[in-house]
Design a protein around this ligand. Sequence first.
Ligand code: MAN
Ligand code: CA
Length: 246
Amino acid sequence: MLVLLVLSPLVLGISLQKTTSSDADHVLQGWVPNACTLVICAPTERGPKGEKGDQGLPGTQELQGPARPPAIPGPKGDKGSIGEKGPRGESNLPELEQLKTQVRDLQSELDGLKATITKTQKVLLIPSGVIVGEKVFKTDVSGGDYDTGISSCSHLGGKLASPTNAAENNALQQIVIWHNKRAILGINDMATEGKFEYLNGEVIGYSNWAQGEPNNLGNEHCVEMHLDGKWHDRACSLEWLIICEF
Ligand code: MAN
Ligand code: CA
């Protein structure tokens, strides 16, 4: 009984709330098993207007911008060469300044990585290859005459080495020295005596002839590099270290 007394106001309260909805009959139907008191007591006509209720709770705040992202911490690693790093973590610097610092740090990190890659490539190529500019000279340490050189380099996807400037000549000379063998170049004057050309038929734009060369001694149409990096014209049937370029 006591329980009923306690519960009835609750039931009543809930039921009254429901009756204020637009479909009171439907709602009452739904509550019939436990709300007979309400059915009996509910007036058929509207009573006088009640006073206005309390003002509702304020709505949730809207249109607030998204939460500011936390400060971006600087990347790990050594201090770059460009200035001191800013404070890590919660910095008061404007976001743009933080980004600029990050870009600088990344740039110096990238420079470091590039240098490491270059060095690694260089070390891995020794003693059979050298990188110079965009070009790579490499030997598989095979030997042969001019025709063999042409075909074996082509087979490997390259060309017989043809230095086109002093830097390339020095790089090629390095391999010649490492192997202590003269190398055959991708240069000849087979088409016209004395007119040396690259393999594509273009007249050479750079040369490093030894003193007195080319002398065509006994009909020499090929070119070899000696250990001092100097060139000599030689008979194409001789054998040399084959160095290709890629
Ligand atoms: C031969 C000739 C010379 C050349 C030497 C190189 O004597 O081809 O021109 O300089 O060989 O050993
Ligand atoms: Ca010669």
